[in-house]
Design a protein around this ligand. Sequence first.
Ligand code: NAP
Length: 245
Amino acid sequence: MSDKNISKVALVTGATRGIGFETARQLASQGVHVLLAGRDRTKAVEASLKLQSEGLPVEAIALDVTQADSIAAAATEVARKHGRLDILVNNAGVFRDDMQRKPSEQHLDVWRETFDTNVFGVVATTQAFLPLLKVAPAARIVNVSSLLGSIAANADPASPIYDFKVPAYNVSKSAVNAWTVQLAHELRDTRIKVNAVHPGSVKTDMNAGGEIEVTDGAKTSVRMALLDETGPNGGFVYFEENLPW
Ligand code: NAP
């Protein structure tokens, strides 16, 4: 455990399972006080209890990234209990595309549901927590994107993801990348850094055919959450590698 992280407070959205849960575990293992956020408070409490039983500094918080009231209540709770936020990991995400349909055939409600969580949820959560992130000495924002959001990789016949066209999901992550660049520009003269990450193809409920274990899948989020002042702002990374936009 690193002493330098002990006073930090992090919030991880969508942390009831998968990459978010493991990100919460790894941050807490480094001494960070982690607010484990779940849209269902009961699930968030259950997940927090698991990590608390491992001796980790984790606290449950209810946060549905598609519900303005829920986001506002979470921000008020964090302000009251902690007065600031050092790390925001925008991890919550959904994959709703029907794999049997061509890109042009995906239902509009699939697009809307995907964008509500993966894009508007990220923007709304960030807007709500930015005042608390500005109070922290050097806050970090991690936007969990995907290589599937890389327009360059989608357009490159040599890319391993070239034939994986699930448009609502892929375009939602392209939007997350574009938003990351917009916000990084706004924050460029502050001590806050915001970056987009690709966790890898990770074995979770979302990706049964994933190639890496969740312990490795959380590592890029954790690395970008704990960046020192020499780290990038406005990057798109996978482990140490910069990815094409
Ligand atoms: P997962 O196992 O399906 O977990 C998704 C998490 O997001 C769950 O905790 C879920 O909560 C939560 N969530 C969904 N909608 C939410 C909402 N409206 N408000 C708050 N939380 C919500 O997925 P995962 O594989 O861990 O994915 C985590 C992130 O990594 C996502 O952004 C995903 O797009 C990204 N990613 C994953 C992979 C991969 O290979 N797995 C690759 C690239 C990127 P509930 O438990 O309540 O449903």
